[in-house]
Design a protein around this ligand. Sequence first.
Ligand code: OXD
Ligand code: MN
Length: 639
Amino acid sequence: MGVLTQNMPHRDDGPTRLVRPVPAAPIQQSSADPLAVLPAKVRQFVERAVTLCQPDRVHVCDGSEAENAALLRQMQAVGMIEPLPKYDNCWLARTDPADVARVESKTFIVTEQKREAVPIPGKGVRGTLGNWMSPEDLEEAVADRFPGCMRGRTLYVVPFSMGPVGSPLSKIGIELTDSPYVVASMRIMTRMGGKVLETLGDGDFVKCLHSVGLPEPVTGPSGIRWPCNPAKTLIAHVPERREILSFGSGYGGNSLLGKKCFALRIGSTIARREGWLAEHMLILGITNPAGHKRYIAAAFPSACGKTNLAMLQPSLPGYKVECVGDDIAWMRFDKNGVLRAINPENGFFGVAPGTSSTTNPVAMATVASNTIFTNVARTADGGVYWEGLEKEVDTSAGVTDWQGRPWTPGSGAPSAHPNSRFCAPAGQCPIIDPQWESAEGVPISAILFGGRRPEGVPLVYEAFNWEHGVLLGAAMRSEATAAAEHKGKVIMHDPFAMRPFFGYNFGHYLSHWLSMEQRGQRLPKIFHINWFRKSPSGQFLWPGFGENVRVLDWVLRRVEGEPCARRSAVGWLPAEGALRLDGLPQRPDLEQLFSLPGDFWRREVEEVGRYLADQVGDDLPNQVAHQLDELRQRVAELE
Ligand code: OXD
Ligand code: MN
């Protein structure tokens, strides 16, 4: 990797600000100029960051195998990752225990006016739909963190494309980072390297600056192995300048800036301006026994089974599911008014615990090579282990937990962190859809919203129309998971599964969704699903996983216009006998699965109404308030 690596002299220019452009300081060049490969605008961006962060070296990533191998070796040498010899080219990273998840409380949208970023909550209410920061405060925060933050480290220049390189739906970013783990992971999660620079030319790009926030020399074992700075962590987005600044955390969602920061937060602001949608959704292709194929997008909150659904192995004979993406969809109406989606990512950054040959055999096959695991446990024979693999991994020779300590089954503590992850190339997925890199995207026939709702919410129901569908998204709630810093099994509001990812005021986002009705000729149908309803004794009422195809089967028949539905207070439910149950070992209790308890639904409507009034206030579009009123009237009749 030497040719593009350049030693940088230390500077002492005092605090330099990134937000208000500073004059670019010339980089000391050796005879050959390694930054010459960069288009002028990229070069300027790099030079400013160098002035600010004062790295010892700059390396422009070409994305090659050789470069990646060198980075992996270098991380292995300092103990940041270790090989997993049971598999082919798989690695294990253990983070600092204080750096294990996204940190929503330290994630900000920076705009001149607060109301551009977040709705103004009601009096005495704490807003929970994102955090706002003023440009002045960001400037101060940057000055307090970034000057000199990369001393002793290498600044890597990572050119990346979200979406297939060159597709009209794709966008380009440049991430500057001092973390080799981020570089190796970005190479999996995005299309990265020289080809992106060629395509970019003199075009615009999203500017992403990331630092682990701990200049060398570092003392203490954890700092050397997994440098981070949790006390100063900050993830800031400046939509107007298409800029992301991330400091102090090396963990995926905070540091792989193409994913949540770009593809969702900055992406949603670009989408609004350009008239499309950037959503926290999986995309799958499904072929029915007659050979007819459709595509479905689905939004569930983090760690609620998007990856499992995207890789579903259907239990109904003759059905086939293929995966386009498991986390993010960029969708826009084409000239014929058909909604088309691309997966802007190139890999899966999936939650490991709970993934097994029973729950998701396709994911297990996908992660068997070229995968970086983070915070999973390790078996003595160099394999991975986590909660959910009890029946298929032999642990008798010993297990080392995610913190590197010996672990014994039944010890009470989990072996893997609940938010431990695999980072694997999407192209390795055995059921990757043949169209997953199609430049024009795949046509979407149905959109599903869902969450973990142990009580009251039926297995599936269909919105009456687009406007009602927008209410279903706005009213989404789910049990908290380990994907962020939340604790406990509380039911949280997570509208559109986007609560942590909105790049602008959620009220304006709702208006944008409503406006889509005018753009589409063939609008997808909208559904709400809930695999997680429980009986009063706490048992899941629906078997889930491969059996979920039975719900998709009903969804597809509705898309084709079959009258297999009955009207209810909350939406269309499957008509008597319409949900296929043939071949199920045990008949589920459909009465409980589809019951609409009046008390529950009246409380639910009040809770959603209070939430929208408190959190969105004056920015709530009338159509959504009207849909909620209609729902309130309908559920008033329920027993
Ligand atoms: C993710 C998340 O990592 O949603 O995908 O937290
Ligand atoms: Mn996600």
